[in-house]
Design a protein around this ligand. Structure first.
Ligand SMILES: [Zn+2]
Length: 126
């Protein structure tokens, strides 16, 4: 991951929100709080490599924090191409019980051109 480039806070795009919603779907510790936060999350920085990874800030100060240690949300998305070949993963970091950073990474030398299409994603519990 390269240093994220700060930018004026903006709403997530519909695609970014769809990816985040998919990652936060289901039942895991902190899930309810994190899903509530997603509705208030603003994108505040983007990875400069073009992969589409982004930092978020949850702008609602009174929102419930997730009871999770700093680090990864306990599930992630596997990224699989149309031939069924896994080529990457999307993970979400939490800091101080709040959504903090969504990271998309791939394996090998596959070029990164933003977040993958929703149909390439599937849930993996950690
Ligand atoms: Zn990147």
């Amino acid at each position: 991951m390269e240093n994220p480039a700060p930018l004026p806070a903006r709403a997530m795009t519909p695609h970014e929100r769809s990816v985040l919603d998919m990652l936060l779907d289901g039942d895991f510790p902190g899930a309810v709080a994190l899903r509530a936060q997603a509705g208030h999350a603003r994108v505040v920085a983007m990875c400069q490599c073009g992969c589409g990874s982004f930092d978020v800030d949850v702008v609602e100060p009174d929102i419930s924090r997730a009871d999770l240690p700093n680090g990864l949300v306990p599930q992630e998305l596997a990224v699989t191409d149309v031939d069924g070949m896994p080529y990457g993963a999307i993970i979400m970091f939490v800091r101080d019980g709040r959504l903090s950073y969504l990271d998309y990474h791939t394996w090998g030398d596959r070029p990164l051109t933003g977040l993958p299409p929703i149909e390439h994603l599937s849930m993996v519990s950690r």
